[in-house]
Design a protein around this ligand. Structure first.
Ligand code: 13P
Length: 249
């Protein structure tokens, strides 16, 4: 059985008080989840949100991490720093990091390598732009994103890997990929993982979907056979919509 996961990516939203209130509300609204639940607050609040969620099932995940271990790198945060506050999971390769902060495949490969070396759990985001989908090249784009990064590494801890398919055109637009589109790409990703790592071990890697997930579209998407959960942006900023999405899996 594959893990089922719902993660809330809060992006650059919520201050300290709002972050701790949100996690408390989620816990109050749902004492026992039917899947693994993660929240990703901004860096300054990881520790506090962790402390507030420590008695619950909620795990806290970082939105990013440096590809270097220490040094003169103003504004960066290392894996050791995250580990020192008991953060063991990180999102890598979000399309906003790729597009707005210029993270290319070489950088992402280094980040992945460092994470696996240090036993961090990785949510690795991949996905095509609207232009790529309109050209019908989404399968090739996904394959190249994996081949140039993850598949090029020798030491990948598959037990610590979650793939997040996030079509860029669906992120924050209100236009989600429909369940056929999601299933098609997730099946493609699963086949690529099978070819690279062998069926037995890669069949256990969760593949989750992100992009305008809401309570009214989540259960359709989660019902797809190759969808193991969701990475939620906007709808995770409200405890009720996030809990409704969790309950729909
Ligand atoms: P939205 O749910 O706001 O579209 O964001 C998805 C996302 O980017 C999660 O990482």
């Amino acid at each position: 059985m594959r893990r089922k996961i719902i993660a809330g990516n809060w992006k650059m939203n919520k201050d300290l008080k709002e972050s701790t209130s949100l996690v408390q509300e989620i816990i109050q609204k749902n004492k026992s989840f039917n899947c693994e639940v993660y929240v990703a607050p901004a860096f300054p609040f990881l520790n506090e949100v962790s402390l507030f969620s420590s008695s619950s099932q909620i795990k806290v995940i970082a939105q990013n991490v440096s590809n270097k271990s220490s040094g003169a790198l103003t504004g960066e945060v290392s894996i050791d720093m995250l580990k020192s506050i008991n953060i063991e999971s990180v999102i890598i390769g979000h399309s906003e990091r790729r597009k707005l902060f210029g993270e290319d495949d070489i950088t992402l490969k280094m980040k992945l390598e460092n994470c696996f070396k240090n036993n961090m759990e990785v949510f690795f985001c991949i996905g095509e732009t609207l232009d790529m989908r309109e050209k019908g090249i989404q399968n090739d784009v996904i394959e190249n994103q994996l081949k140039n990064t993850l598949f090029d590494l020798n030491n990948v801890n598959l037990e610590k890997l979650v793939i997040a398919y996030e079509p860029v055109w669906a992120i924050g637009t209100g236009v989600n990929a429909n369940s056929d589109q999601v299933q098609e790409i997730h099946c493609h990703i699963r086949n690529l993982l099978n070819l690279r790592y062998g069926k037995e071990s890669s069949d256990l890697i969760p593949i989750i979907y992100g992009g305008s997930l809401k309570p009214d579209n989540s259960s359709n998407i989660f019902n797809c056979s190759d969808v193991d959960g969701g990475l939620v942006g906007g709808a995770s900023l409200n405890s009720q919509t996030f809990v409704d999405i969790i309950n729909s899996i």
